[in-house]
Design a protein around this ligand. Structure first.
Ligand SMILES: [Zn+2]
Length: 311
């Protein structure tokens, strides 16, 4: 008998990636094509349908469902992308309905970090912990929550936008227009700004000076003993730690999983995150909490594929 599989589509601004995975999260096939948001939402629906067709031709059988994960604010009930900086031309278009009509099967549309949360809960942690939160650490910081085995979407589909929790009053400007959001201090642009400020305020001999540095450069510098780079990661850890504290008081989770590109540098800031959480007086929830770094880099797409079977 053929493997039963779901298909998750990760719709980024540059690439559209479709992943077929078993209910346990074993990836059977993964194909991608340029997204081309400039061609509008109908071209997106056609490209997605083509990827699904190619996967099914290759694997045989038919996936019972499809889940599309996008970076942005998703109206989950209507299946409409409300706001997305990378996929502006799709905003307001009835994506889910068009995909359902084209593919003749149930389709769901979700925020990509929410799907990473599903991947963390269902695949990485094998559904053993019922209350799992995720922080996806990239340019911005995304969030997702699975509570009692259910994906939290909120009243309008916007729940778990943890990157926009206010951490510092009068903090750094965030891409959302506010100040002091978690992502403005712990996303890649927050990290760059932190390094920039440290370079401006200190007469240090950091190797990052006069360099158009990437997050990897800051990680390499810290690992090589560069004090300014180490301080930058401590500040990222401090912002994340305060975010974790707020999340624990709100959700009392079993685990918070750090995923995404900047989670690879977790060793440079996790001690600070833990120290910040450990300083809280409520020992019950903080003693219970597991802070984990995702082992798999593809939690969003594999989470969407598995969710396509669970939804
Ligand atoms: Zn913000």
């Amino acid at each position: 008998m053929k493997n039963r599989y779901g298909i998750g589509v990760d719709a980024g601004g540059t690439f559209l990636k479709a992943t077929a995975a078993t209910p346990e999260g074993k990836v059977l096939c993964s194909l991608s094509t340029p997204t081309r948001p400039d061609l509008g939402p109908k071209a997106f629906v056609a490209s997605t349908a083509e990827l699904v067709e190619r996967i099914e031709k290759r694997l045989g059988g038919r996936s019972p469902g499809l889940c599309v994960a996008v970076a942005g604010d998703v109206d989950v009930q209507r299946g409409v992308l409300r706001r997305s900086p990378n996929l502006e031309s799709y905003e307001g278009f009835p994506l889910r309905k068009a995909l359902q009509n084209g593919l003749k099967r149930p389709v769901s549309l979700h925020n990509d970090a929410n799907m990473a949360a599903w991947g963390a809960y269902a695949v990485e942690l094998k559904r053993k912990l019922p209350k799992v939160l995720v922080l996806t650490m990239g340019t911005g910081v995304g969030g997702g929550a699975v509570l009692d085995g259910k994906l939290l979407t909120g009243a309008t589909g916007t729940a778990a936008e943890f990157g926009h929790m206010r951490i510092y009053p009068n903090g750094y400007p965030c891409n959302c227009g506010a100040h002091g959001c978690l992502e403005a201090h712990a996303g890649t642009y927050g990290l760059r700004r932190t390094v920039g400020e440290l370079l401006a305020e200190k007469k240090s001999t950091s190797r990052l000076r006069n360099k158009d540095f990437t997050p990897k450069d800051v990680a390499d510098a810290a690992n090589a003993g560069d004090n300014l780079a180490k301080e930058a990661w401590r500040r990222v850890g401090r912002a994340l730690g305060l975010g974790v504290v707020n999340l624990v008081y709100t959700f009392n989770p079993d685990a918070i999983v750090f995923a995404g590109g900047l989670s690879r540098a977790g060793a440079l800031y996790m001690d600070t995150v833990k120290a910040t959480a450990d300083a809280e007086s409520f020992r019950g929830p903080f003693g219970h909490l597991k802070l984990l770094i995702a082992k798999r880099p593809d939690l969003g797409s594999v989470g969407a594929a598995v969710y396509a079977l669970d939804a």
